[in-house]
Design a protein around this ligand. Structure first.
Ligand code: GTP
Ligand code: MG
Length: 148
């Protein structure tokens, strides 16, 4: 089963959107296999966003992401990575359709409330980085009713 790393950023936590974002993933049919609230260090976030090192916005991004606790989660299910990205919307909320998380809850690319892995490979890398202790495995009784 495919899994993706979804993270509610510090602004999402501060604005009280944790429950709403989790609810969307639950209602869509994904299975939650890991969840924690963490204050990440700048070094940890630099690893998470290593691909963006060198971008002009990188220092600001790291400061933003370290400005408060984030909610780190692993969600599992059919096409979890691609569907997770569709649920988030575009990187820039201006291009995010209404109905997506960013399209409904935020305005600025530098305060876009939620992260989602962009490929299966980055999902596996990110899950290892944020959950070195491993994730949970359990059988969802609903799964046969959600995908074949
Ligand atoms: P994530 O799910 O957070 O990885 O976003 P993404 O995959 O949609 O975009 P990307 O990985 O390219 O960028 C990571 C994050 O950096 C974005 O979510 C934004 O918060 C921030 N970011 C990207 N581009 C810009 C930019 O042009 N300006 C600013 N201020 N922030 C940016
Ligand atoms: Mg990204």
């Amino acid at each position: 089963n495919e899994r993706t790393y979804i993270m509610i950023k510090p602004d999402g936590v501060q604005r009280g959107l944790v429950g709403k974002i989790i609810q969307r993933f639950e209602e869509r049919g994904f299975k939650l296999t890991a969840l924690k609230l963490v204050q990440a260090t700048e070094a940890h976030l630099e690893q998470h966003y290593a691909d963006l090192k060198g971008k002009g916005f990188f220092p600001g991004l790291i400061k933003y992401m370290a400005s408060g606790p984030v909610v780190a989660m692993v969600w599992e299910g059919l096409d979890a990575v691609k569907t997770g990205r569709v649920m988030l919307g575009a990187t820039n909320p201006l291009q995010s359709p209404v109905g997506s998380i960013r399209g409904d809850y935020c305005l600025a690319v530098g305060r876009n409330i939620c992260h989602g892995s962009d490929s299966v490979e980055s999902a596996e890398k990110e899950i290892g980085l944020w959950f070195p202790e491993g994730v949970n495995q359990y059988i969802s009784a609903l799964e046969p009713w959600i995908f074949e």
